[in-house]
Design a protein around this ligand. Structure first.
Ligand SMILES: *Cc1c(COP(=O)(O)O)cnc(C)c1O
Length: 385
C-alpha cells in the first residue's frame, strides 16, 4: 500500500488494500496461489521472501495486508480459525503462572481454550464483568494479569465496554489489552485507535460474511509481539489455506455495505421486540434503554447485527428458536442470512454452570441482510408460536 492509500476511507480500503492487480497479466483480481513451494534463484535466492506455503503465501499476504489496513494496525496474521488465532496470541504472550483476566460474557470457545487447554499448562484464568469499571479496578488491584481480554459488544448479551477506559486501567496495571472485535468488525469500531494492544477476529463471521469459510486473525501495532506471533504462525502452522484466505478477502470487500444493512435490520428487529408483550428484555446497544448505549454511540459508528432477547422462560426461548423459518436455527453468526441460536444449549453449552453461563431465557439473533419486513414477520410469527 502506498501512503495515499492509507488516507483513503474505510470502504475504499476494504476494496483495495492488498488487492493490487497482477503485474504479469493485469488481472484485476489478484490470483489465488495454491503452490506449496517456490523456486529459488540459487540456494536461498527467494523471490519476495516466499519459500514454503506454511511460512508464506501471496494470497494470505493479500488478506493480511487488507486486515491490517482495515484495523489500522502495522501487522496482521491470518489463521485457520478464530480459536487458532487466539491460541497463537496466548502462547506468544503467556508463561506458566501468568493470568488472563477475561470478560464474563465472552465467546464460549475462548473460555474453553483458557480453562481446558491452557490452564493445565499453568495459565491462570479469572473472570470479571468488563462493562463494570469498578469490578475491573478491583480485580486488577487484587492481582495483575498478563492479559485483559474483552469482547465489546459481548456475546451473547451485547454488553458494552468503554475500550479507552479499559485500556487506561489495563495499561496502568501493566497488562496487555486484547479486544475481540468479531461482533463489531472494523467497519463499526477500531479498537487499536482507542489504545488496545491486539485485535482478535473470527473472520468466520462478518469478515468472511457468507458462512462459507472458517478463519481467524490478529492485528496489532507492536513489532516485538508481532515477531513472536509470526514465529508461532510459522512454527505451529495453523495458517489459513489459500482458498480460505481468498474467500475471506472477497467477503471483506463488501463488509462496509453489509454492516450498514445488518445494523439497519437489527435496529428494526430490536425496536419491534422491545415493544412486544411476550418479551422480557431486549439486548441491543442501539436501544436508548441499553445501559451501554452512550458508550457504544461514542466508540461505534453503528450498532451491529446481533440482537439478543430474553423471553418469559427457558421453554419459551427454546420454542421461539425452533419456530422461526427465515431465521435458520444454527450456530455461528455474521453471514448474509439470518440465524437464530439458543446459547445455553448451543454456542455456550460449554460454559453452562460456570461464571460465563448464559441465562436460559435468552435467544440470540444474527440478523441478516434480507428484506426487513420478511424478518419482522418471521419474528412476530415465532413469538406467537
Ligand atoms: C466464533 C467466534 C470465535 C471463534 O472463532 P472460530 O473461527 O469459530 O474459531 C471467537 N470470538 C468470537 C466473538 C466468535 O464469535
Amino acid at each position: 500500500m502506498t501512503a495515499s492509500d492509507a488516507a483513503r476511507g474505510f470502504a475504499s480500503l476494504a476494496v483495495h488494500a492488498g488487492q493490487d492487480f497482477d503485474p504479469t497479466t493485469g488481472a484485476v483480481i489478484p490470483p489465488l496461489h495454491f503452490s506449496t513451494t517456490y523456486a529459488q534463484d540459487g540456494i536461498g535466492g527467494l523471490r519476495n521472501g516466499y519459500e514454503y506455503g506454511r511460512s508464506g503465501n501471496p494470497t494470505r499476504t493479500a488478506l493480511q495486508t487488507q486486515l491490517a489496513a482495515l484495523e489500522g494496525g502495522a501487522h496482521a496474521f491470518s489463521f485457520a480459525s478464530g480459536l487458532a488465532a487466539e491460541d497463537a496470541l496466548l502462547r506468544a504472550v503467556l508463561q506458566p503462572g501468568d493470568e488472563v483476566l477475561l470478560g464474563s460474557d465472552v465467546y464460549g470457545g475462548t473460555h474453553r481454550l483458557l480453562a481446558r487447554v491452557l490452564a493445565p499448562w499453568g495459565v491462570r484464568l479469572r473472570v470479571v464483568d468488563m462493562s463494570d469499571p469498578d469490578a475491573v479496578r478491583a480485580a486488577l488491584a487484587e492481582r495483575t494479569p498478563r492479559i485483559v481480554w474483552v469482547e465489546t459488544p459481548s456475546n451473547p448479551l451485547l454488553r458494552i465496554t468503554d475500550i479507552a477506559g479499559l485500556v487506561a486501567l489495563g495499561h496502568e496495571a501493566g497488562a496487555l489489552v486484547v479486544v475481540d472485535n468479531t461482533f463489531a468488525t472494523p467497519a463499526l469500531q477500531q479498537p487499536l485507535s482507542f489504545g488496545a494492544d491486539v485485535v482478535v477476529h473470527s473472520t468466520t463471521k462478518y469478515l468472511g460474511g457468507h458462512s462459507d469459510v472458517v478463519g481467524g486473525a490478529l492485528v496489532l501495532e507492536d513489532d516485538g509481539l508481532a515477531e513472536r506471533i509470526g514465529f508461532l504462525q510459522f512454527a505451529v502452522g495453523a495458517v489459513s489455506g489459500p482458498l480460505d484466505a481468498w474467500l475471506t478477502t472477497r467477503g471483506i470487500k463488501t463488509l462496509d455495505v453489509r454492516m450498514q444493512r445488518h445494523s439497519e435490520n437489527a435496529a428494526a428487529i430490536a425496536a419491534f421486540l422491545e415493544g412486544h408483550e411476550r418479551v422480557a428484555k431486549v439486548y441491543y446497544p442501539g436501544l436508548q434503554t441499553h445501559p451501554g448505549h452512550d458508550i457504544a454511540a461514542r466508540q461505534m459508528s453503528r450498532f451491529g447485527g446481533i440482537v439478543s432477547v430474553a423471553l418469559e422462560s427457558g421453554e419459551a426461548a427454546r420454542r421461539f428458536a425452533e419456530s422461526t423459518q427465515l431465521f435458520q436455527l444454527a450456530e455461528s453468526l455474521g453471514g448474509v442470512e439470518s440465524l437464530v441460536n439458543y446459547p445455553d444449549a448451543m454456542t455456550h453449552a460449554s460454559v453452562r454452570g460456570t461464571e460465563a453461563a448464559v441465562p436460559v431465557e435468552v435467544v440470540r439473533l444474527s440478523v441478516g441482510i434480507e428484506a426487513v419486513d420478511d424478518l419482522l414477520a418471521d419474528v412476530e410469527r415465532a413469538l406467537r408460536a
